[in-house]
Ligand binder design. Structure first.
Ligand SMILES: [Zn+2]
Length: 81
């Protein structure tokens, strides 16, 4: 099953909706190096992995999210092997 994530229109400075925005500086595209502006749900399964395309270079990231009592962490890897 493949499903393209729906990208809601973004307006800068609006951060409510129950979605936590991660520190943009912490993540960068492993291909082109552009900062990755990822939106990840603050609650969900303890670990999760999905593929999302870089909005800049359109190459696929493997996004890994792990969540614990202390919060969640996100890592980005190339998904082309
Ligand atoms: Zn990129």
């Amino acid at each position: 099953m493949s499903e393209a994530p729906v990208r809601p229109e973004r307006s800068r400075g609006k951060r409510s909706r129950g979605v936590r925005l991660w520190d943009d500086a912490a993540l960068a595209c492993p291909y082109c190096g552009e900062p990755a502006d990822l939106q990840v749900e603050a609650s969900g399964p303890s670990s999760e992995e999905y593929v999302e395309d870089c909005p800049v270079c359109c190459r696929p990231w493997t996004v890994r999210v792990s969540r614990s009592d202390e919060g969640a962490s996100v890592s980005l890897d190339r998904s082309d092997g």
